[in-house]
Design a protein around this ligand. Structure first.
Ligand SMILES: Nc1ncnc2c1ncn2[C@@H]1O[C@H](COP(=O)(O)OP(=O)(O)OP(=O)(O)O)[C@@H](O)[C@H]1O
Ligand SMILES: [Mg+2]
Length: 224
């Protein structure tokens, strides 16, 4: 993969957690390049290191050793503040449990990541993102007034508010029935068509139908 085609590149990632007297190696030297607009699924047994990998790729957690490059820049050596800036500029997140704020409406939830540097266009962009995920008629609904699939689509719209180049999703269809899961996966496919890379960690067997590439991680190592 050429440098310009790559949005994120991980080399020799190792993650150790303290465990009793010793340590547990959750990632044992993972190499992974993800291209612009690529839809990648990460599968593997429970406890194999999928969420750990996603957290390290998303700059939410530091690797014990190894590097992560975002757009060719090594981000493992940045300060926490610089990491936060790089993360907000480049990466969106979608989780299994949606993490919507119950007291805010759909459109307000989508605005949340942009609130610190909110401008007059934030509301317009939030509305157009909700229209885009098919929720133009649910702007002022609270999460409790939305179905699971609708909530996940609000979370996807929210993840896109800062125009990320990489969207990281941990079990995005885990709480959805099959048909609703497919709607969410269709939405990811459309997002990748616009050049955003999507990495979805999943146990959902229908996900690989939608992706460009599916990798398996077993006991902290990518299966070749
Ligand atoms: N904060 C932590 N402290 C100690 N050990 C941890 C921590 N987080 C994860 N682990 C351990 O690291 C290993 C990998 O965990 P991880 O959450 O990445 O697995 P996973 O593949 O996402 O599993 P699942 O499919 O169940 O979500 C597991 O053995 C887990 O117990
Ligand atoms: Mg996990």
């Amino acid at each position: 993969m050429s440098d310009s085609a790559r949005v994120i590149s991980a080399s020799s990632l190792v993650k150790r957690y303290q465990s009793g007297d010793g340590y547990l190696e959750a990632l044992k030297g993972v190499d992974l390049d993800i291209g612009r607009g690529e839809f990648l699924a990460v599968m593997g047994p429970s406890g194999s290191g999928k969420s750990t990998l996603l957290n390290v790729l998303g700059l939410l957690d530091d690797p014990s050793s190894g590097t992560v490059e975002l757009d060719g820049e090594d981000v493992t050596t940045l300060s926490d503040r610089e990491k936060t800036t790089a993360r907000k500029r480049t990466i969106g997140f979608v989780f299994q449990n949606f993490y919507l704020i119950p007291t805010l409406t759909a459109v307000e939830n989508v605005e949340v990541p942009a609130l610190l540097d909110r401008d007059s266009e934030t509301r317009e962009r939030a509305i157009s993102l909700l229209e885009r995920v098919g929720l133009g008629d649910r702007l002022d609904h609270k999460p409790s007034e939305l179905s699971g699939g609708q909530k996940q689509r609000v979370a996807i719209a929210r993840s896109l508010i800062n125009e990320p180049r990489l969207l990281l999703a941990d079990e995005p269809t885990g709480n959805l029935d099959r048909a609703t899961g497919r709607q969410v996966l269709d939405e990811f496919t459309r997002i990748t068509d616009e050049g955003v890379a999507v990495v979805a960690v999943t146990h959902d067997p229908q996900v690989p139908e939608f992706t460009d590439r599916t990798i398996r991680i077993v006991d902290g190592e990518l299966e070749r």
